[in-house]
Design a protein. Structure first.
Length: 155
């Protein structure tokens, strides 16, 4: 009887997990899209893709996320080379950009290299990449502790 109950609970949890996991476009972790994501194509650069919107910290604890630690991946989990920023508009860094670890935190925040979000706070997020023939588009954005879906139309 105990074994049957245990197997029943295991089967029920597997069905529940299949219906609400990272594979169905749901978020996985503390960050979620509060507005977006929206995909843009530039007429003059038809191979470039830009996905942007607003994200929110939906956890109960503050988050400190470096854009350089985030990774765009395709459906097979392979990395897609992309530029990721929390900035809405281009900015001029006052420090050398190649050494983020030497840059003061306030400069990282100002230029969109880092986002610090208290519970419920929002930030802009922009992901851009150059689409190559035969390349799979990114479908998720991985970060330490979770991932965000990128709804990208097929090309």
């Amino acid at each position: 009887m105990r074994r049957a109950l245990g197997l029943g609970l295991l089967a029920a949890s597997a069905v529940a997990a299949a219906g609400c996991g990272a594979g169905d476009g749901a978020r996985d972790g503390a960050l979620l899209w509060s507005d977006g994501p929206r995909t843009t194509r530039l007429e003059l650069k038809p191979q470039d893709r830009i996905v942007g919107g607003r994200i929110r910290n939906d956890s109960l604890r503050p988050m400190d996320v470096l854009a350089s630690s985030m990774r765009a991946v395709d459906a097979r989990g392979h990395r897609v080379k992309a530029s990721i920023t929390f900035a809405v508009a281009p900015g001029h860094p006052l420090w050398p950009t190649g050494r983020v670890n030497l840059m003061p935190v306030n400069e990282q925040l100002r230029t969109g290299m880092r986002a610090r979000l208290k519970p419920g706070e929002e930030s802009s997020l922009v992901v851009a990449w150059h689409h190559r023939e035969g390349q799979q588009p990114p479908v998720r954005l991985l970060y330490d502790g979770g991932s965000l879906p990128l709804r990208v139309p097929s090309t």
